[in-house]
Design a protein around this ligand. Structure first.
Ligand SMILES: Cc1cc2nc3c(=O)[nH]c(=O)nc-3n(C[C@H](O)[C@H](O)[C@H](O)COP(=O)(O)OP(=O)(O)OC[C@H]3O[C@@H](n4cnc5c(N)ncnc54)[C@H](O)[C@@H]3O)c2cc1C
Length: 309
């Protein structure tokens, strides 16, 4: 197997696979490496209803098609393989992959995505996708005329609580503090909404139900009083963790760990691009990851061609 590539993409989610499709189709030698399962967060999504051109499909089905497309153009995909060494300052750049070898390329695209922050309760994992969601845009519609809970107290939680009232019969916002960390306008908008009520200074103890979630159990942080809130849905907006720990000191990151890029998704290191949820940006969807993958691939292709001249 060749160890020299034109572009190495790290991360095989929506962004990385899209970059792979564009690069390989442009006849650039392309390697995509993922330390986990191909597909990233799309694999966690039971039903995707907002990806244009695909009316309703499982995340896994979209992943399988994207992978097939990338490989049909000649991209090589390595999954379930850890990256032992990443040298982005070298020329060419070096990516050493456990049990697979050492690969080089003049350009690298970082598409390592991220994960929504979780509470860490056993029942949270049990009901994920069966009542618990981390994405109002993706799943709000499934809770039409139902009672739901939103957990969190920042801008995302309050903005998403308001947006969820277009579907839900009622939205109970549960927050651990006695005040919100959101901007005043977001708090005002949520407070003005008659469908939203607030339970402050509450600790989420458990999610309960049988096949699907049916209630959220909370306890007052002041009195210890336990309340069971009947709800068929719980949306968690308690933060987002980009998968960029391994990039600290290699490329410029925001204080939250998101990769800083320009409008062509170039990082501060020449020849290193970034795409998808790991990038510092406001909206994180499959469509935005796919768009980023396209831009990063085209910019990386330009870079490789100009470097070769
Ligand atoms: C439960 C859930 C439901 C969602 N539903 C929808 C929906 O219906 N519609 C929608 O548009 N969006 C939805 N989203 C959001 C959407 O899935 C993401 O915005 C999008 O998939 C992000 O793609 P990505 O390629 O940027 O990152 P990811 O999907 O996170 O992929 C990153 C990949 O990089 C790999 N990786 C990470 N670190 C490393 C490393 N150090 N070395 C090698 N590989 C690494 C990971 O294993 C992963 O495969 C949902 C998200 C979740 C969590």
């Amino acid at each position: 197997m060749d160890t020299r590539y034109d572009v190495i993409v790290i991360g095989a989610g929506a962004a990385g696979l899209t970059a792979g499709i564009y690069l390989a189709r442009a006849r650039l030698r392309t390697l995509i490496v993922d330390h986990g399962t191909v597909g990233g967060q799309m694999i966690l999504t039971y039903e995707v209803a907002n990806y244009p051109g695909v009316e309703k499909a499982t995340g896994a089905a979209i992943v399988a098609t994207m992978r097939r497309q990338a490989e049909s153009f000649g991209a090589r995909v390595i999954a379930h393989a850890d990256i032992a060494r990443l040298d982005l300052a070298a020329s060419p750049k070096v990516v050493e992959v456990d049990d697979e070898g050492t690969f080089t390329a003049p350009a690298v695209i970082l598409a390592t995505g991220g994960v929504p922050r979780k509470l860490g309760l056993p029942s949270e994992a049990e009901f994920q996708g069966r009542g618990i969601s981390f994405c109002a845009t993706c799943d709000g519609d499934f809770f039409t005329d139902q009672d739901i809970v939103v957990i969190g107290g920042g801008n995302s939680a309050l903005e998403e609580a308001v947006s969820l009232t277009q579907y839900a019969r009622s939205v109970t916002v549960v927050h651990e503090l006695d005040h919100f960390q959101a901007q005043p306008w977001a708090v005002d908008e949520a407070r003005r909404n008659p469908k939203i009520r607030f339970l402050m200074e509450q600790e989420v103890r458990a999610f309960a139900g049988s096949e699907r979630m049916q209630s959220v159990v909370v306890a007052s942080k002041r009195t210890g009083e336990v309340t069971e809130i009947p709800a068929t849905g719980a949306f968690l907006f308690i933060g987002y963790l980009p998968n960029t720990r391994h990039l600290e000191g290699l490329v410029k990151l925001t204080p939250r760990g998101e990769i800083v890029t320009d409008d062509q998704l170039r990082t501060d290191v020449p020849g290193v691009f970034a795409a998808g949820d790991a990038v510092a940006k406001r909206y994180r969807q499959i469509t935005t990851a796919v768009a980023d993958g396209t831009v990063a691939a085209l910019a990386a292709a330009d870079y490789v061609h100009s470097a070769a001249v």
